[in-house]
Design a protein around this ligand. Structure first.
Ligand code: ADP
Length: 212
C-alpha cells in the first residue's frame, strides 16, 4: 500500500496531478479542498462555517478540516456520489473496482501542526507516508496562471487578490511543512512549470524510483 502526499501552491496544478496519479497507481484521491467544497455545496453546518473563511482565502480551522480528513481515510465517504446507496468500492460487487488501499492526499497538511496530526491519524491506522511530492513553480509563472485561472475556474475563492493571498499563506505556513518532510527524507521536489503531461511524467519517474 502506498500513501502519498502532494503539495503545490495555488496554480501549480496539484489537484490535476493528484487525479492523474490516483488513476495510474490505483490510489484513493483525498482532496481536503474538495471535501470542504462538498460541505459548502450541501450547506452542512461545517460547510456554513467554512464558506466565509474559504472565500477569504484563509485556512479553515483544524476542528473543521481534520474530522473530514479522518472520515475520508477511515470510511468510504469519498464516494463520488454521496447521495447514492451504491458503494462502488464494494469488493463483493461483480464488475466494480475494489476500493484502493493506498491514497494520495492533496491539500493536507498545510501547517506543521497538521503534519503532526496526520502522523497521529496514520499511526492509529497503522499506515505511513511513503512519499511527499512538492510541485514547485517560479512565482512569475504562477502569477501568469493566476490570471488564466481567475478567468475560468468558477471558484468563488479564485479572484486575483484572493489567489495572491492564498499563495502568501502557502509560502508562510505550508513551506515549513516541506522542510519538515525534507528532514525525514520523504520529500521530492518536482518542477511544475511545463505542461501537465511533462510534470506528470516527472512525478511518475520519482515515484517509480523511490517506492516501486
Ligand atoms: P488551493 O491549493 O488552490 O488553495 P484547495 O482546494 O487545496 O486549493 O483549498 C481550497 C481552500 O480550502 C483553501 O484556501 C482553504 O480555505 C481550504 N482548505 C483546504 N485544505 C485545508 C487545510 N488542510 N487546512 C485548512 N484549510 C484548508
Amino acid at each position: 500500500m502506498d500513501n502519498l502526499v502532494i503539495f503545490g501552491p495555488p496554480g501549480a496544478g496539484k489537484g490535476t496531478q493528484a487525479g492523474l496519479l490516483a488513476e495510474k497507481y490505483d490510489l484513493l484521491h483525498i482532496s481536503t479542498g474538495d471535501l470542504l467544497r462538498q460541505e459548502v455545496k450541501l450547506q452542512t453546518p461545517v460547510g456554513q462555517r467554512a464558506k466565509a473563511i474559504m472565500d477569504r482565502g484563509d485556512l479553515v480551522g483544524d476542528d473543521i478540516v481534520v474530522p473530514l480528513l479522518d472520515r475520508a481515510l477511515r470510511t468510504r465517504s469519498t464516494h463520488p456520489d454521496p447521495d447514492s446507496q451504491d458503494d462502488p468500492w464494494d469488493v463483493h460487487r461483480k464488475g466494480k473496482p475494489r476500493r484502493p488501499e493506498g491514497c494520495i492526499i492533496d491539500g493536507f497538511p498545510r501547517t506543521v501542526a497538521q503534519a503532526q496530526t496526520l502522523e497521529f491519524i496514520f499511526g492509529k491506522l497503522q499506515r505511513k507516508i511513503d512519499l511527499v511530492i512538492a510541485i514547485d513553480l517560479p512565482r512569475d509563472e504562477l502569477v501568469r496562471r493566476i490570471h488564466e485561472r481567475a478567468a475560468i475556474s468558477g471558484r468563488s475563492d479564485d479572484t486575483e487578490d484572493i489567489i495572491r493571498h492564498r499563495i502568501e499563506l502557502y509560502d508562510l505556513q505550508t513551506q515549513p511543512v516541506l522542510d519538515y518532510y525534507r528532514v525525514s527524507g520523504l520529500l521530492v521536489s518536482i518542477d511544475g512549470s511545463e505542461q501537465i503531461a511533462d510534470t506528470n511524467h516527472r512525478i511518475c519517474q520519482a515515484i517509480d524510483a523511490r517506492i516501486r
